[in-house]
Write a protein that binds this ligand. Structure first.
Ligand code: PAF
Length: 284
C-alpha cells in the first residue's frame, strides 16, 4: 500500500500506472480515525473495484466549531494498518491547502431540505464543507465508484445530489451502518466517550430499535417516535438535538409518517455529538 500526500504526486502515480484508463477505481473518502465501519467500506470497495483509494483529511470547511475540529482524532499510523488490512491500495492524505489549491473555503449551497434540515440546520455550513471537499476529491481522483457509510444518512443524500449535478459518471455506493456488539453505531467520535458516556450513548440505538419494536407490536409510528423522543429528552447526560422520522431522499421535516423511510437521531452525549438512524418499514 502506498501513502501519497499531494495531488500532484497522486496524478503522477495515476499516470505512471495508467490507472484511470485500465482499472476501475473505488474511493473511500474519510477523515481518518478509521474503525470497523470504514474497514467495511474499504472491503466493499476492494470487492467491486480493481484499485481502492482511501482519502484521509480532517476537512476544516465542514466543522462549524473550532474546538470540534481541534478535538477530531488524528491517528494516521493506526489508520494505515486498518486501511491496508481491509484492501486499500493507496492512502491519499493531502493537506487541506493542497487539495483546495489554497485557503480551504466552501461555497454556500442550498438544495432545500437535504442541505438545510436536520444536520444542515443543527450544523450550519456543514454540508457546504462536505460538498466542497468531496467535489475536490472526485475531481482529483476521478473514481468510478465512491463509498459512503449509511450512518451519515443525510450526507449520502447530499453527496448523491452533488454527484448527479457535477460528477454524473461516479456511482455513489451507500453501505450499511455498522454497530458494535452492544448496538452503538461505530463512529470516529466514540473514542472521545468516557465509560459513562458509552453507556449513555447506547440509549440512542435502544430508542431507535424501540420504535421499530413498538410499531411491529401495533403502536402507530408517530406515537412510537414521540414516546422515544420524550424518553431521550428526559435522559441524564443526553442533550437531544432531534429524533424524527424522515424520508431519506427528501429530509423534509414536513414529510408525513407514511413517507418516512428512517428514524434519525442526533444528540450530544456527555459533550460528544453523535448521530444514528434506523430503517423502518414504510407505513403505507
Ligand atoms: O463522512 C466523513 O467522514 C466526511 O464527511 C467525508 C465524507 C470524508 C468528507 O470530509
Amino acid at each position: 500500500m502506498k501513502i501519497i500526500r499531494t495531488s500532484v504526486e497522486l496524478n503522477h502515480w495515476f499516470n505512471e500506472h495508467n490507472i484511470q484508463i485500465n482499472k476501475s477505481l473505488g474511493l473511500v473518502p474519510t477523515m481518518g480515525a478509521l474503525h470497523q465501519g470504514h474497514a467495511s467500506l474499504i472491503e466493499n470497495a476492494s470487492k467491486e473495484c480493481d484499485l481502492v483509494v482511501v482519502s484521509i483529511l480532517v476537512n476544516p470547511t465542514q466543522f462549524n466549531a473550532k474546538d470540534d475540529l481541534d478535538a477530531y482524532p488524528r491517528t494516521m499510523d493506526a489508520d494505515a494498518e486498518i486501511a491496508k488490512a481491509a484492501g486499500c491500495n493507496v492512502i491519499f492524505a493531502p493537506t487541506a491547502e493542497d487539495l483546495y489549491g489554497g485557503k480551504p473555503k466552501a461555497e454556500h449551497m442550498d438544495w432545500g431540505s437535504i442541505t438545510h434540515s436536520f444536520e444542515g440546520k443543527c450544523r450550519p455550513g456543514h454540508f457546504d464543507g462536505v460538498i466542497a471537499v468531496v467535489d475536490k476529491l472526485f475531481g482529483v481522483i476521478k473514481p468510478n465508484k465512491a463509498y459512503f457509510g449509511a450512518k451519515d444518512l443525510q450526507q449520502v443524500a447530499v453527496v448523491q445530489k452533488m454527484a448527479q449535478i457535477r460528477h454524473p459518471n461516479i456511482e455513489i455506493v451507500s453501505c450499511g451502518l455498522i454497530r458494535d456488539s452492544k448496538g452503538l453505531a461505530l463512529s470516529s467520535r466514540n473514542i472521545r466517550l468516557t465509560n459513562q458516556g458509552l453507556k449513555r450513548a447506547l440509549k440512542l440505538s435502544f430508542a431507535l430499535s424501540n420504535v421499530v419494536e413498538n410499531t411491529s407490536a401495533g403502536t402507530s409510528i408517530k406515537t412510537a417516535v414521540d414516546t422515544a423522543r420524550k424518553e431521550l429528552q428526559e435522559s441524564e447526560g443526553i442533550d437531544l438535538e432531534y429524533f424524527n422520522g424522515v424520508n431519506c431522499q427528501t429530509f423534509s421535516p414536513d414529510d408525513e409518517p407514511f413517507d418516512w423511510s428512517h428514524i434519525v437521531v442526533a444528540a450530544n452525549v456527555d459533550g460528544v455529538r453523535l448521530i444514528d438512524n434506523i430503517e423502518i418499514e414504510v407505513v403505507g
